[in-house]
Design a protein around this ligand. Structure first.
Ligand code: R5P
Length: 288
């Protein structure tokens, strides 16, 4: 087995190769210094993949990383790999998983259709909705990422694990079970991309250390609104943790209302303090 890293997931791919104890294949990304004048991408594998079981790691965000993923898949197949498993740490476009109004496309299905074309198996994590897996015609699994979040929280004296909305309850439950502390959830209403409202809910949070866990943080509005409500109710501290730290616009700035913000390395950010390499390695080990 060998691991190839796309440029959206270099750290995680290198970590994964180290944990698996297999070779990491570097990728040349410029044919000439400065790249193509029109901005098109170029990839060239720096080691042979002929006859190898290859694991390619690439998050599908932002958009150019999707094209790079398709190019790398092709290079790996052209190179004569025996098999190709694609690890998509963060499945970008996964949130548009159905037609909400007429005239829309189903973005998650479009992505699935294209990224699976040259792959034998897909591994992803922290899906907005696990039903996205049904869009793949090849074996596709969601690897549990909240175990890594729970690992980070162990021994930090968390009293309550909270989901900021009903959608993330499954994540709060996983962390709560691991830590052996209770969980609860807030009722969120999304007004638009930048505005959320939390329904008033009395929780036993006074003088308690709260961990809010979510699949992803984008604008940070969800977490900021929840944290403000919790602090008003007397919470001692609020740490916000997510699998995918998108942190769009001024998210990291407004999130300073939290005592700590932590994400994993599915998307690299200044607060990627947790690696999910162990989680993906455990799934891949049987095939090493
Ligand atoms: C939504 O259902 C997700 O689980 C997140 O809560 C949401 O996408 C976070 O978005 P934002 O950080 O923009 O509030």
């Amino acid at each position: 087995m060998k691991v190839v890293g796309g440029s959206a997931s270099l750290n995680l791919a290198q970590n994964l190769a180290r944990v698996l104890g297999v070779d990491y294949v570097s990728v040349q990304r410029e044919k000439h210094p400065g790249g193509f004048p029109d901005g098109e991408q170029y990839v060239r594998l720096q080691a042979s993949v002929a006859g190898e079981d290859i694991v390619l790691v690439q998050t599908t965000h932002p958009d150019p990383k999707i094209v790079e993923l398709l190019l790398l898949e092709d290079a790996i197949r052209e190179g004569g790999a025996r098999s190709l498993q694609v690890v998509i740490p963060y499945f970008g476009y996964g949130r548009q998983d159905k037609k909400f109004v007429d005239g829309e496309c189903i973005s998650a299905r479009v992505l699935a259709k294209h990224v699976q074309a040259q792959a034998d198996r897909i591994l992803t994590m922290g899906l907005h909705n696990p039903s996205v897996l049904k869009f793949f015609d090849i074996p596709a699994i969601e690897v549990e990422g909240m175990t890594a979040v729970a690992r980070y929280l162990r021994g930090r004296g968390v009293d309550l694990v909270l989901s900021p909305d009903k959608g993330a309850v499954r994540h709060a439950q996983t962390v709560s079970k691991d830590l052996g502390v209770p969980w609860d959830y807030l009722e969120k209403e999304r007004i638009d991309s930048f505005t959320v409202r939390m329904a008033p809910k009395e929780l036993e949070v006074a003088d308690r250390k709260i961990a809010i866990v979510d699949d992803l943080i984008s604008t940070g509005r969800t977490i900021v609104t929840a944290t403000s409500a919790l602090k008003q109710q007397g919470a001692k501290s609020v740490v916000a943790l997510c699998i995918h730290g998108l942190f769009s616009a001024d998210a990291l700035e407004i999130l300073k209302v939290c005592d700590e913000v932590v994400s994993t390395d599915t998307i690299l950010s200044p607060v990627s303090k947790i690696s999910v390499a162990d989680e993906f390695a455990a799934e891949l080990k049987g095939k090493a």
